[in-house]
Design a protein around this ligand. Structure first.
Ligand code: ADP
Length: 428
């Protein structure tokens, strides 16, 4: 084989053969032979060698043990990881050995009990014989967990992979334990809250009830004005505390998945009007104008009436609370293009800065938190509103412009909208 430089700088490979030609008297006359261009073949050989180096490199660095068997069940090849995983010197495995011989070597390292060895061996041999794939897990005497996979190869033969799963198993079991702990803690918290709120509500009812009687001076006048103020404060604080406890309890029920729906087909118009009536006194005191708007055909809603009213009251209370005197709160019920129902409360209040908007539905979030809070509240109203709307399969959203006002919207899916026999007309 010789090589020559071509004019363009590339190599030309030639295979030249020659036989010496001699005259009758034995004198050398020259060579007779052929010259063949073998450039393509040489290039193909090089490419093959390169590919096989890459494959070998991959084979030996894949982090899985790999063992390949031929059609007769004899070891053809294995990689370094097999030796490392089994802590074996290189000479313990060699091509040509049978699967049973190889498995016996493994077992001698692994200290596998005899009956287990027989069972595991048979399992693997059966799958090899029937060209069937399998996945199996095995824990060694040292506590190392391997995932063993067997796969028939397309042109006959069988390949085994062995992957060390110890670390992944450890993480999985830690995660499972952490989850169980968290669930246990969450259940304990819910139970604690349920018990505590029951224990707290009983004395609170006495505080609220008696301070109310004292406030109305039912059994005699309170002469000292400060005492009247104190009684007002005691009553106000009691009501506030009760409200807080109820909201915390509701929220913990939602978290525990225990807040169910008492569903009925309800008159939505009546529910909105009654909620507006309930806040009208507060609105009048704060000089907030209340108004509402219904679609031409008012559908009924399949919903939990008490929760729906709680949703409406939360939205209305916020609108009144966060709107300065002279402003307004407008409640609008409308039908969406997809047949769903939309209830929104729009105010002309202080609005919410864009950076706070994504957080207003988080429990205990209040924009103006800190000692200088001007507005009373628990920061649970919107969190509960969202939870209750979602229980109905709906969504809530808020749009707000700082200094201009906010609109909070609850949407209920069309499956909850009951139209009776009259047709549905989307609101203009
Ligand atoms: P709370 O009203 O008891 O503080 P909410 O969960 O109802 O709690 O509301 C969370 C926060 O979102 C409020 O503290 C307030 O800062 C802001 N917010 C809610 N509704 C409005 C509104 N209509 N206008 C302005 N800010 C609002």
């Amino acid at each position: 084989r010789v090589r020559r430089h071509r004019a363009d700088g590339s190599w030309l490979y030639l295979s030249i053969s020659g036989r010496p030609i001699c005259a009758a008297d034995g004198s050398f006359l020259g060579y007779r032979g052929t010259s063949t261009d073998i450039t393509k073949m040489v290039e193909a050989e090089r490419e093959l060698a390169r590919t096989s180096r890459v494959l070998r490199g991959t084979f030996d660095n894949i982090m899985h043990g790999i063992m390949v068997f031929d059609n007769d069940g004899r070891l053809v090849d294995f990689n370094r990881d097999v030796l490392q995983q089994m802590h074996l010197p290189a000479d313990r495995l060699h091509p040509g050995m049978t699967f049973t011989e190889m498995f016996s070597v493994f077992v001698s390292v692994d200290r596998m009990a005899d009956n287990v060895f027989q069972r595991e061996l048979q399992f693997r041999l059966d799958h090899m014989q029937h060209s069937e794939a399998f996945v199996r897990e095995r824990t060694t005497a040292d506590g190392i967990v391997y995932e063993i996979r067997g796969h028939p190869m397309p042109d006959g033969g069988y390949v085994f992979t062995q992957t060390d799963m110890t670390e992944r198993k450890r993480i999985e079991s830690e995660l499972r334990e952490a989850k169980e702990h968290a669930e246990l803690a969450s259940r304990a918290k819910s139970e604690f809250l349920a018990n505590m709120s029951h224990e707290l509500r009983t004395p609170l009812n006495a505080i609220i009830g008696f301070s109310d009687i004292m406030r109305s001076q039912l059994h005699g006048a309170i002469e000292v004005p400060q005492y009247r103020d104190y009684v007002d404060d005691i009553h106000g604080s009691g009501v506030h505390l009760l409200c807080l406890i109820n909201e915390i309890l509701d929220l913990s029920k939602v978290e525990a998945g225990k807040l169910g729906l008492a569903e009925d087909v309800i008159d939505l118009g009546a529910a909105v009007e009654s909620s507006i009536r309930m806040v009208s006194e507060r609105a009048a005191t704060q000089q907030i104008a209340l108004s509402c708007e219904f679609p031409t055909v008012m559908p009924r809603l399949l919903a939990d009436e008490r929760k729906l009213k709680q949703i409406l009251l939360n939205l209305l209370s916020n609108a009144i609370k966060f709107t300065p005197p002279g402003g307004s709160a407008h409640t609008r019920v409308s039908i969406e293009a997809d047949g769903g129902l939309r209830v929104s409360v729009q105010d002309t209040g202080i609005g919410i800065a864009p950076e706070h908007l994504p957080k207003v539905f988080d429990p205990f979030f209040q924009v103006d938190s800190g000692l200088s809070r001007r507005f009373e509240g628990t920061g649970l109203g919107l969190a509960l509103t969202r939870a209750m709307v979602e229980l109905h399969g709906g969504t809530v959203g808020i749009e707000s412009e700082f200094g201009k006002g906010s609109t909070v919207t609850a949407r209920f899916p069309k499956e909850r909208v009951v139209v009776d026999s009259r047709p549905l007309k989307p609101a203009a």
